[in-house]
Design a protein around this ligand. Structure first.
Ligand SMILES: NC(=O)c1ccc[n+]([C@@H]2O[C@H](COP(=O)([O-])OP(=O)(O)OC[C@H]3O[C@@H](n4cnc5c(N)ncnc54)[C@H](OP(=O)(O)O)[C@@H]3O)[C@@H](O)[C@H]2O)c1
Length: 266
């Protein structure tokens, strides 16, 4: 399915993006790997064994960078078959302790960066009359989790944006897929921001006992092959929470409040 396809993965220097790069390379895709840390991207590129790979480091919070990066990709490959909007940052702080600047920082990457890159890629996919845009949202894009008000708001926003975009671009033969992972064992909690914008720098229990990241990437690949528009990647408790929210929302809100009482992210 991915043999010879040009696949651009953001946040490819670690975690889910890195694992997706490995799976895509195995599937025969030509890769573009982006994130800020060039050395890590080069490591992933080498380990992936991809036949063709472009390492394209950039900061997704730089508002002027996107058309420049897209031009570089188009000059090299001449097309983009799939964009995986994966770069993201989480949060570990209660609302009352979170600076507005921190809210803006999280939105800049998790929302505006992804919209801006998608907007820069979209005209080329429309010209091609084909393409596949993917976002790595989260179960937090469906359910409110304490100490993650910014992150939940950002991921809910992305679900809304990309559901609406799916309806718009169907006529151009462009597919949109939203991935909703639960807890996956990556550096997400270490890189998460505290209220003052500094890194949380700890692996919390949710992540410590999360799903193995290679397993998560394989589930995502299986979802792509099935043509699913939404792919849930989680262990049983997070998956169950989605059903409880749908069937008994008040019960879910009660459970999430009880869970919040046990956490202290100060
Ligand atoms: N792990 C989970 O439990 C989980 C659950 C649900 C959803 N997700 C989502 O999955 C995605 C990947 O996260 P992960 O779990 O793999 O965490 P991760 O290991 O911390 O990876 C985050 C990636 O984003 C990149 N990034 C961060 N800031 C950036 C910036 N300003 N510009 C460009 N790239 C930037 C990082 O690379 P550099 O530092 O090199 O820039 C890194 O490659 C995120 O969108 C996250 O919200 C994760």
């Amino acid at each position: 399915m991915f043999q010879g396809k040009v696949v651009w993965i953001t946040g490819a220097s670690s975690g889910i993006g890195e694992a997706m790069a490995m799976e895509m390379a195995q599937g025969g895709a030509k890769l573009i790997l982006s994130a800020r840390r060039q050395d890590e991207l080069k490591r992933v590129a080498a380990q992936s064994g991809a036949k063709e790979v472009v390492v394209l480091p950039f900061d997704m919070t730089d508002p002027n960078i996107f058309p420049v990066m897209v031009k570089q990709v188009m000059d090299h490959y001449g097309r983009i078959d799939m964009l995986i909007n994966n770069a993201g940052i989480s949060q570990r702080s209660n609302c009352v302790d979170t600076d507005m600047e921190t809210y803006r920082k999280i939105f800049e990457l998790d929302v505006f960066g992804q919209i801006a890159l998608t907007k820069a890629v979209l005209p080329h996919m429309i010209t091609q009359n084909s393409g596949h845009i993917v976002i790595i949202s989260s179960i937090a894009g469906k359910i409110g989790v304490a100490s993650r008000t910014a992150y939940c708001a950002a991921k809910h926003a992305m679900m809304g944006f990309f559901d609406a975009l799916r309806a718009e671009v169907h006529q151009h033969n462009i597919m949109v897929t939203c991935i909703t992972p639960g807890f996956i064992k990556t550096a997400i909690s270490e890189n998460a921001l505290k209220g003052d914008g500094s890194p949380y720098a700890k692996i919390d229990d949710d992540i410590k006992f999360g799903m193995d990241v290679t397993k998560a990437a394989k589930i995502i690949m299986r979802g792509f092959k099935r043509g699913n528009k939404e792919i849930v990647v989680s262990q049983i408790p997070e998956r169950a929470a989605l059903w409880v929210k749908r069937l008994y929302p008040n019960l879910l809100f009660w459970i999430m409040s009880k869970r919040a009482g046990k956490e202290n992210f100060k």
